[in-house]
Design a protein around this ligand. Structure first.
Ligand SMILES: Cc1cc2nc3c(=O)[nH]c(=O)nc-3n(C[C@H](O)[C@H](O)[C@H](O)COP(=O)(O)O)c2cc1C
Length: 200
């Protein structure tokens, strides 16, 4: 089994979402001791934004790309190869200003490539990243689960499904800015949810 862990908090040791993602991975590895693990920390090894140079490089046929264009496309290719190789994808995702971190958006822009991770057919779009399990550990200062202010879950569910990732399990730790007691209760509940969702 190949596990891909994607961390998107701007924080390192203090990050709750990374800790929860670590916990999910620990349990997966306990159940599958031979599993390989690839960790991507999107804040500390940021992926470049999808700007005009990147778009031009992507839409230039490979044989005609300059060295710089080939290098830019290769950065995206590496992320695509990682997720293609993964059997399980584990993401740590804080809420930043009611959305996903920009670093995570850059990763999603990189792995979403027509003809490679999705394609259009006569029946409509088809996701090509099939047969993978996805776990997402969400952390928030407030409480937004199942409200219209939670743009993260509908967005991630939609874009992942578009790419063929339809088996997605969300774990929530909310209310983390509501004092130490609320934070402890929320984190403990998230750990319990992980223990329930991820067989070890
Ligand atoms: C820049 C920034 C923006 C944030 N925006 C929100 C927000 O819109 N809604 C919310 O509930 N919490 C928000 N928070 C709180 C974080 O979601 C919360 O602290 C979470 O634990 C951060 O994840 P981490 O512990 O993995 O770093 C924000 C925090 C930061 C640093």
């Amino acid at each position: 089994m190949n596990i891909l862990q994607i961390n998107s908090s701007a924080r390192r040791e203090a990050s709750h979402s990374t800790r929860l993602a670590n916990r999910i991975v620990e349990r997966l590895r306990a159940a599958h001791p031979d599993a390989s693990l690839r960790v991507r920390d999107l804040s500390h090894s940021p992926h470049p934004v999808l700007d005009e140079e990147a778009l031009t490089a992507l839409f230039t046929p490979a044989a005609q790309r300059t060295a710089d264009q080939a290098a830019r496309v290769a950065l995206d290719d590496a992320l695509i190869a990682e997720i293609q190789a993964a059997d399980v994808v584990v993401l740590g995702v804080p809420m930043y200003n009611f959305g996903v971190p920009a670093s995570l958006k850059n990763w999603i822009d990189a792995i979403s490539r027509a003809g490679v991770t999705f394609r259009y057919t006569e029946e409509g779009p088809e996701g090509l990243l099939k047969g993978k399990k996805v776990y997402v550990a969400l952390t928030r200062g407030g409480n937004y689960r199942n409200t219209s202010a939670d743009t993260q879950v509908p967005y991630l569910t939609t874009v992942f499904a578009f790419l063929g990732l339809v088996d997605v399990h969300f774990v929530y730790a909310e209310g983390l800015a509501r004092g130490a007691a609320a934070e402890r209760t929320s984190i403990d509940a998230a750990y319990d949810a992980i223990d329930e969702a991820v067989p070890a």
